[in-house]
Design a protein around this ligand. Sequence first.
Ligand code: 13P
Length: 246
Amino acid sequence: MRGLAAGNWKMNGTGESLSEIKALLDAAPSPECDILICPPATLLSRMAALAEGTVLKIGGQDCHAAGSGAHTGDISAAMLVDAGASHVILGHSERRANHGETDAQVAEKITAAQAAGLTTILCVGETEAERDAGRALEVIGGQIDSSLPDDVDAARLVVAYEPVWAIGTGRTPTPDQISEVHDALRARLSDRLGTGQIRLLYGGSVKPSNAAEIFALHNVNGALVGGASLKADDFAGIIAALEAAS
Ligand code: 13P
């Protein structure tokens, strides 16, 4: 399976940050993996213009389930497409925690985003308390079951395992812990969707120094990177590690 190195810029970046995209494209003009950056909505169009004709794909960080209407501050899937996006992250733990997003809402968003032609990156992951209680696999399995709509198009689905306690903390799970979750995700998705071809990303404090160890794991097909995607040098290092692993 071709790897995917995806960057989630979260609420970071203004026009001057676009220089990092130029530097990234210079550093990795034709990588042996797919590359995606999900900037804040305000940068989507400008970044898409820079990415045109290159290998870089652009994605949103969320979308509304409705096509249009009285939803102040929200963005529809069609608007993301209009701005040049081909992907959208849905169900990120920061959306779930900060905006109270439920699995059912995430499922509706996946349906809407796929109907608009977007590839959806569904995020799942346990909190530290859930892991300490021995409930990580149960929590993640429940999120997969309830966040995937029945009509999901497997060909437009990527799943990211992002343990909440590893996001932005510099802490990462052990290789065994990542493998346990990714193997369970692979089995559950194969059961539900009848395909073993869904790309599984790991996310949470991925950086150039730990990327090779993570990409060496079976059933890890790439990464969803926060902080280290903001700097071209760091993200290029992660891309190089993914190329070397494939
Ligand atoms: P960090 O790489 O900054 O830990 O963020 C991970 C993440 O949440 C990506 O979506």
